[in-house]
Design a protein around this ligand. Sequence first.
Ligand SMILES: C[S@@+](CC[C@H](N)C(=O)[O-])C[C@H]1O[C@@H](n2cnc3c(N)ncnc32)[C@H](O)[C@@H]1O
Length: 325
Amino acid sequence: MTEAGQYISDDERRQVIDGLLAAQARVSPKYFYDLAGSRLFDVITLLDEYYPTVTERGILQRHAADVAAAFRSAAGDCALLVEPGAGSCEKVRFLLPVLRPAQYLALDVSVEFVEQALESLRRDFPQVPMKAQAADIAQAAPWPVPEVEGARLFFYPGSSIGNFTPDEAQALLARIHAQCLGQGGLLIGVDLVKDTAVLHAAYNDALGVTAAFNLNLLRHLNRLIGSDFRAEQWEHHAFYNEPASRIEMHLRAREALTVRWPCPAGGTSTLASERHFAAGDTLHTENSYKYTQADFEALLRRAGFAQVQRWTDARDYFGVFLATA
Ligand SMILES: C[S@@+](CC[C@H](N)C(=O)[O-])C[C@H]1O[C@@H](n2cnc3c(N)ncnc32)[C@H](O)[C@@H]1O
């Protein structure tokens, strides 16, 4: 156990170490989110440069009633609202009064943080039974979603879908489509392609909060796998990879260094237990793909959704898509 509620299995430990040993060292962005990482992300959402949260909130605030009406006419009353990667559960506040789901389930790897968020959500919406559940939605295993009679709506805001490659995203959307069981849908927020300077600023804020969020991953890894990363030897590096249509976030070694960790599973593994980084080498921590509206709609259709409606902001910075099964 590493922090309240967090465990790592031997398999997961091996996956992390495989990533550290890859030619381009990499780590899953889910490891940003220990309790400190979840709180740092919340601060990012308050920054002037970080347009996604404020823009998506604006769209939901303006159109929540239209979304609820569109969902009701396509699928009926909402028996279950499921939010994967729920985090602070802030955006669901726009939906609860108009959608009036019979129950709400928040899924997240950082479940302690979500439990705290639910305390105030329960006070504000006492009529909606709600629960937080630990789940890694990137795994192929079925999500711990209860059986219900009636329509399910999956709510996946924050453009977290952009952390997956387009092929992985399509597979994840297809898994959500399958879990709609023919009666339900997905409401998803997606960051759209835009001017590179705007994108660059959003991931390189002047206060350095995104840098702290990125570096905090090293502390989290140290607790999870017993590695000896030293944050002061690394720096935040984020840029827009235009051909791939994605922001890439890395940690870059400020100097030549070696990171060590104990052998997994009692030292019987053939995996190495250290990695050397030359000055300037990087550890790739996150991709954040940006889509055009047409490309994202096509992705939803390839994942199996028959009907798609969308809402955007005046600048077309962000899209909220309602896809029904
Ligand atoms: C960028 S934050 C978005 C939070 C919130 N949905 C929003 O829109 O503001 C991503 C959230 O997804 C969670 N998360 C990241 N990877 C995950 C995974 N593989 N499985 C479940 N939750 C994950 C994080 O803990 C975090 O709460």
